[in-house]
Design a protein around this ligand. Structure first.
Ligand code: TRP
Length: 345
């Protein structure tokens, strides 16, 4: 039986923050650790071609991609695990070619319904800044997934529609050519159930605990970068927004700031939420809680920053090159099957 493929693309346009770590990197580390039985092939890639769809410093794109992949390694992604493939999208050109092919099996109307695109274009002042690349970005994402017959795609709620689009496109293609050429990834709800085993929480902004922690909402004080110093961490957490109830409870509705801090504490200490809730429930001194969070975040980030120092470019580049050769073979094989079916060969 071929292994089920877990596949996810981690945008590397900018530096990572604590929300990326807890919601994106930690679940993957858990998944890799739990994969003792080696039942999964785990594909983690940098969607560098996707970087063009939003403003990006192109001078630094290649370097930034490498830096972020190094950070993965510093966080604990093992390079010597044969079931783990780290790679760069643009180094496997089948992604681009399949995107073009799939574009011709996607209607304008269907693409126009993507809400992420509609949300994003509202941020642009002039239509001239909105590219066709941003519009058709979900097709590239579908190609990323379909080339490797991936089943499990750990992504957040914001990618639900893109995943559903990928499934529809694959089903339509299979029906059109009467062949099971594409494997249909699991639907979003199944993905979420599967992902729950590896816990993928959303961490909120320290300043605006009603919003998720993000670099894009111009919220530097609410966002802890993985490169922050101990002082910066302490400052940001000390000034985190809480409430005046003077009683700690895990309650997103009425105490989102406190609840966010409790969550950070739980995930960084690998404690269950119920343990954390029990430990803190009813206590009134918020500064105690903040102090505990500061210590946990500092300890975690210090460790990551220290191990990053010993992650060498060469070792990561060697892994990338090795895996890119391997995956080019797989992707090209798939592409050739598709070229045949649609009449190009
Ligand atoms: N669109 C994803 C994001 O913005 C990144 C991504 C690109 C991706 N290709 C993918 C995620 C394929 C999963 C599978 O976060």
């Amino acid at each position: 039986m071929p292994k089920e493929v877990v596949l996810t693309g981690l945008r590397t346009n900018g530096a990572y923050h604590l929300g990326n770590y807890i919601g994106g990197i930690l679940p993957i580390l858990k998944l890799i650790q739990d994969n003792q039985a080696s039942s999964y092939q785990i594909n983690l890639f940098a969607p560098d071609l996707h970087s063009f769809t939003t403003p990006t410093n192109l001078d630094k794109l290649n370097q930034q991609t490498l830096e972020n992949l190094k950070l993965f390694v510093a966080c604990g992604v093992p390079l010597d695990d044969n079931n783990v493939n780290l790679y760069r999208q643009s180094y496997i050109s089948a992604h681009s070619e399949l995107t073009w092919i799939l574009s011709n099996f996607t209607s304008w109307g269907e693409m126009s319904r993507m809400t992420e695109f509609k949300d994003k274009i509202n941020q642009f002042k002039s239509g001239n800044q909105i590219t066709v690349g941003l519009f058709s970005y979900p097709i590239l994402m579908a190609a990323d997934i379909l080339l490797y017959d991936a089943t499990w795609i750990p992504v957040g709620e914001d990618q639900r529609q893109h995943l559903e689009f990928c499934r529809n496109l694959a089903q339509r293609f299979n029906q059109r050519f009467k062949k099971d050429i594409f494997k249909i990834p699991a639907d979003f709800n199944k993905q979420q159930d599967w992902l729950k085993r590896f816990e993928a929480p959303r961490i909120r902004s320290l300043k605006h605990p009603d919003k998720k922690m993000s670099k894009s909402i111009a919220d530097p004080k609410g966002t802890i970068m993985l490169s922050d110093t101990s002082e910066e961490i302490a400052q940001k957490i000390t000034s985190a927004q809480t409430d005046n109830l003077a009683s700690i409870d895990y309650d997103w509705q009425n105490q989102p700031g406190i609840t966010n801090l409790l969550s950070i504490l739980a995930y960084l200490n690998s404690k269950s939420l119920s343990d954390i809730k029990q430990n803190w429930r009813g206590q009134s001194d918020y500064s105690n809680l903040k102090q505990a969070v500061i210590q946990s975040v500092q300890a975690t980030l210090n460790e990551i920053q220290n191990s990053l120092k010993s992650v060498s470019d060469t070792v990561v580049l060697n892994h990338l090159k090795n895996r890119e050769v391997k995956l080019n073979k797989i992707a090209n094989q798939k592409l050739q099957q598709i070229q045949k079916i649609i009449g190009l060969r």
